[in-house]
Design a protein around this ligand. Structure first.
Ligand code: AMP
Ligand code: FES
Ligand code: ZN
Ligand code: ZN
Length: 324
């Protein structure tokens, strides 16, 4: 197996590109794909302050590493969700990555600050764990980005994630969701801009990137997500991809190029008037936002210590200009 560029020994074959790559040219491919996603969708301008949501998994550590390599100033944000040993280990991986590179990692500890964890909180609020978790993460990402004065919040969603969400939304013709499925959500109504620079890379590629770069990531999947539909959509798409390399890419990017705009007017019409939440000030359509209602029902499930909002944990030597 030879590298398509230098003919040296290849370490990875990527069937949808019909090519094999050596280590260096694979890194170059990853950087090029991230740059192309950023340029094509105007995700991040040079000089903007970037906050990367890092879970300790391969995707978010890879995107943080790639953005730093491409010259962006990027801090990290880790949310401790209190999912037992899984959360402890994921936090350790995020912290180790930051410490080794002297980066700034902001941390929010959900049990410590709000008095619930995902397992007990989702039961108390009668929500599925992934729904309570998603709601908590989205709210805390927005809060940390706005309060920290960041221009943009980055997540590690990759092509497999986005194609699986699109697959689910299409199977059920959730046209309002289809109108909002885009790798960039612009800043509006008090929400920060949110972007997904890994949409041109698959999870096999982000895993290979981490292994080859020596990035130690948490391999385990979240124990609460077992059996959810998103995972079965990913498996189904993997079967299709095996028979037809490039199918995921053309499904997702074909949608963005040819169909997404058709659904945008409906999503726009569905957008209700937003005003500040009476309790926390975040934008909401109701009197209090869904997150404050979750905290109302679930808070008190575990002891808490009134931790302030995103706490900067400055690990090692902070890079020049990094936010403290
Ligand atoms: P998931 O929703 O678990 O598939 O994760 C999607 C993206 O959300 C990841 O790539 C991260 O960017 C971010 N993320 C997930 N969990 C956390 C966490 N505990 N703290 C910070 N960011 C997270
Ligand atoms: Fe949120 Fe698993 S990471 S429920
Ligand atoms: Zn090569
Ligand atoms: Zn609120």
């Amino acid at each position: 197996m030879k590298c398509v560029t230098c003919k040296g020994p290849a370490v990875i074959d990527i069937r949808r590109h019909n090519a094999n790559f050596c280590v260096d040219h694979f890194f170059e491919l990853c950087r090029r794909q991230v740059m192309k996603a950023i340029d094509d969708h105007s995700m991040i301008a040079k000089g903007e302050k970037v906050l990367v949501a890092v879970s300790g998994g391969k995707d978010s550590l890879a995107v943080w590493d790639l953005l730093l390599d491409l010259g962006y100033e990027a801090d990290g944000l880790y949310i401790g969700l209190g999912i037992g040993e899984y959360s402890d280990t994921s936090g350790d991986h995020a912290r180790a990555f930051a410490t080794e590179r002297g980066l700034t990692l902001l941390e929010v500890d959900v049990p410590g600050r709000f008095g619930y964890d995902i397992p007990s909180g989702s039961r108390a609020a009668r929500r599925a764990p992934c729904s309570a978790c998603g709601l908590s993460k989205r709210h805390l990402f927005d809060e940390a980005a706005i309060q920290g004065g960041y221009d943009v919040l980055v997540t590690g969603h990759n092509l497999d994630d986005e194609a699986a969400v699109l697959f689910g939304n299409t199977l059920h013709w959730q046209t309002d969701f289809l109108g909002r499925q885009h790798p960039v959500l612009p800043a509006r109504d008090g929400f920060p801009r949110k972007v997904k620079p890994l949409v041109r890379l698959t999870e096999r590629e982000t895993a290979a990137y981490c292994v080859l770069r020596g990035i130690d990531y948490l391999v385990d999947e979240c124990p609460m997500a077992a059996g959810n539909k998103h995972i079965s959509y990913k498996l189904a798409l993997n079967d299709i991809e095996k028979m037809s390399p490039g199918a995921k890419h053309s499904f997702y990017f074909g949608f963005l190029d040819r169909a997404a705009a058709l659904f945008e007017p409906e999503a726009e019409a569905d957008r209700e008037e937003l005003h500040p939440c009476a309790s926390c000030g975040a934008p909401t359509t109701a009197e209090t936002c869904a997150f404050c209602r979750l905290v109302d029902r679930a808070g008190g499930e575990v002891p808490h210590d009134d931790q302030p909002s995103a706490v900067p944990v400055v690990l090692g030597t902070t890079r020049a200009g990094a936010k403290q």
